[in-house]
Design a protein around this ligand. Structure first.
Ligand code: AR6
Length: 205
């Protein structure tokens, strides 16, 4: 099952303002961020973001789960993509998954001697994925916690990089084209990290 963990307190506009008033950007942003815990392969959003590797040919963790649930046609499409650079992403169809598209992002293998490069590559995954979503008319997108499994990125360091990149995108030129960005966590350490960091970037005023 998939449980909803984070929901902005401000779901409806304050009655103290006229109904036609445009909500402040920071206020409307809150309603467009979600946190859940569960299996990303079950989500019927427009796009889910896979934690892939440079080959894009599958692997363990969430990548394995996505390929198993999507079926062999996903593998066959991925074979045509010629891999993907670290810090970037490519998009495919979703086949037997309930979502419409799969975005395969290649997070960095965490390097504690070059944290800046790890941060840059991780942020690049989120920004590229959001851009691909917009270009493909995907309005709802769910991210797995990229790099925080096999690739060793500490959850408490990865979460603020992910949240900051998403916030910047939502505030940017194409941000309004996205209705909902969901962080899909799977383990307690990631749930804890997002519960700590989300209110700092998206305060529920
Ligand atoms: N739904 C959502 N999240 C999941 C699921 C799931 N079904 N299964 C695991 N996670 P990882 P990485 C979480 O290791 O660190 C693969 O072999 C997991 O708890 O899947 O980016 C690839 O092919 C963790 O928080 O990806 C690459 O070679 C998060 O997904 C390599 O691992 C990411 O963990 C990528 O490593």
């Amino acid at each position: 099952s998939v449980s909803l963990l984070y929901k902005s307190k401000k779901l409806v506009p304050s009655t103290s303002k006229p109904a036609e008033a445009t909500p402040a950007p920071s206020q409307s942003l809150n309603n467009r961020i979600g946190l859940i815990k569960g299996d990303i392969t079950l989500l019927a959003v427009d796009a889910i973001v896979n934690a892939a590797n440079n080959s894009l040919l599958g692997g363990g963790g969430v990548d394995g789960a996505i390929h198993r649930a999507a079926g062999r046609n996903l593998y066959l499409e991925c074979r045509k993509l010629d891999g993907c650079d670290t810090g970037s992403a490519k998009i495919t169809n979703a086949y037997e998954l309930p979502c419409k598209k799969v975005i395969h992002a290649v997070g960095p293998i965490y390097n504690d001697r070059d944290v800046e490069k790890s941060e840059e590559d991780l942020a690049g995954c989120y920004t590229t994925s959001l851009q691909l979503a917009v270009e493909n008319d995907c309005k709802t997108i769910a991210f797995s916690a990229l790099s925080t499994g096999v690739y060793g990125y500490p959850s408490d360091d990865a979460a603020p990089v992910a949240i900051q990149a998403v916030k910047e995108f939502l505030e940017g030129e194409d941000g309004e084209k996205l209705e909902k960005v969901i962080f899909c966590t799977f383990t307690a350490k990631d749930v804890d990290a997002y519960n700590d960091w989300l209110p700092k970037f998206f305060p529920a005023t």
